[in-house]
Design a protein around this ligand. Structure first.
Ligand code: ADP
Ligand code: MG
Length: 216
């Protein structure tokens, strides 16, 4: 079997109280995994730990076969910029710019090209000349997903990416994410409360009572 994209072991983290301890998690190319659990259980924190943003109190995160938090800050930032796709609920779009310019900035930063087929699939081709402020919340969400996928990340972390979308648009976003994973041999780690989205992933984990468990 191929090397895992992500291999985390013995992860523990506390803020005021302990959120979770001894978490093991791994993800291989072309795999999608979903993490479910109650609000406040630490799902977002775990995604931050996996995705370069937060060094855990204990444990090791191997991302692309390298010890993530043992690397220099500049190297961690380069991984975040070039290799990791992060879709969190608050989308970081530049409001005064058009949708096209927003995607263009992302491709310039990551030295890639805008993928017209991706814009078609996300059904945003026709709104790319409009300013972000003129778009609906659901359209903005899809522009931010286009930004992330245009970077051609090797792994995608998505924290409730369909939370603000209607069912049909949510299903379309999920299609795009899973197609991307399949076509590119990338990985997807998803956090969602939506059972239909969760059921479409290869593996399901629950974060409950400070323990991450794989459901089989
Ligand atoms: N940066 C932080 N500083 C202090 N406490 C935090 C921080 N981030 C999250 N928490 C706390 O950790 C707990 C888990 O939060 P979070 O990971 O966002 O859970 P979930 O995504 O499962 O709802 C919450 O009680 C939250 O208030
Ligand atoms: Mg959360």
């Amino acid at each position: 079997m191929s090397h895992p994209l992500l291999d985390a072991s013995g992860i523990s983290h506390s803020f005021d109280t302990e959120l979770f301890s001894n978490v093991d998690f791994s993800l291989h190319p072309s795999e999608s995994a979903v993490i479910v659990g109650r609000s406040g259980s630490g799902k977002s924190t775990l995604l931050h730990i996996f995705s370069t943003f937060l060094k855990p109190d204990e444990g090791k995160v191997a991302l692309f076969s390298k010890d993530l938090y043992a690397q220099k800050d500049a190297d961690i930032e380069a991984i975040r910029r070039f290799e990791v796709g992060i879709i969190f609920q608050s989308h970081y779009l530049f409001k005064g710019m058009t949708a096209f310019e927003n995607v263009e900035v992302a491709t310039m930063l990551s030295e890639t090209k805008i993928d017209d087929a991706l814009l078609e699939k996300l059904e945003i081709s026709s709104v790319m000349k409009q300013k972000i402020g003129e778009l609906s919340g659901g359209q903005q969400q899809r522009v931010s997903i286009a930004r992330v996928l245009s970077k051609k990340p090797r792994i995608i972390f998505a924290d409730e990416p369909t939370g603000n979308l209607d069912n049909e648009t949510a299903a379309l976003v999920m299609d795009v994410l899973l197609d991307y994973v399949k076509e590119k041999g990338a990985g997807l780690v998803l956090v969602t409360h939506d059972e239909k989205m969760a059921a479409r992933c290869n593996k399901m984990y629950t974060l409950e009572d400070k323990v991450l468990k794989e459901m089989v």
